[in-house]
Design a protein around this ligand. Structure first.
Ligand code: THU
Length: 178
């Protein structure tokens, strides 16, 4: 083999190796599990507002009542609850009813924190914290980006609360621009 074609072949195989090398990557979702007694008074109040908001859920079809409460940087707390509709997709989740109303009502305010609670079909608060659906994560992410700072998430269970550092942390590989 000629000297030059040896180097040509070497370059080609190195190139192929670089192109074909599959890389395994992992994204983790960090969260803390806290007991109620570990919540700060402000967080406990936000959690309570989310729990109360379940009372104003309109869920005649699923009987799954969800409540959310968003703390804004102007000090306001905006509650929301799931609002269902006989044409199912026309209804909306608690998180989106809260975030859309919060921004409609206080367009200048930044989101600081959101708490989410739910009661199962038996009317009791769910044992394991309920997590926002994908559409709600995407909607909340928009307001987190507007805030320019992490919006903490409190997911409320019967005996404990999951605390996530941000909306982005629960929506890996999010769609954020086009
Ligand atoms: N739901 C919410 O409001 N938030 C969630 O995080 C999960 C689901 C509502 C939508 C629907 O009204 C009912 O729960 C059952 O899916």
């Amino acid at each position: 083999m000629a000297f030059s074609s040896f180097f040509e072949n070497l370059a080609l195989s190195l190139c192929a190796e670089t192109l074909n090398r599959m890389q395994k990557k992992t994204i983790t979702v960090p969260f803390e599990e806290l007991s109620y007694s570990e919540l700060s008074p402000a967080d406990a109040a936000l959690v309570e507002t989310a729990r109360e908001a379940t009372e104003r859920s309109y869920a005649p079809y699923s009987h799954f009542r969800v409540g959310a409460a968003i703390l804004l940087d102007n000090g306001e707390v905006v509650p929301g609850s799931n609002q269902e509709n006989v044409a199912y997709p026309s209804g909306t989740c608690a998180e989106r009813s809260a975030c859309f109303y919060a921004h409609a009502r206080y367009p200048e305010a930044k989101f600081k924190k959101i708490a989410v609670a739910a009661r199962g079909t038996d009317g009791e608060f769910v044992a394991a914290p309920v997590a926002p659906c994908g559409a709600c994560r995407q909607s909340l992410l928009e307001y987190e980006m507007l805030a320019g700072a992490p919006v903490e998430v409190l997911l409320v269970g019967r005996d404990s609360v999951y605390r996530l550092p941000s909306v982005a942390s629960m929506l890996p590989l999010a769609f954020t621009e086009f």
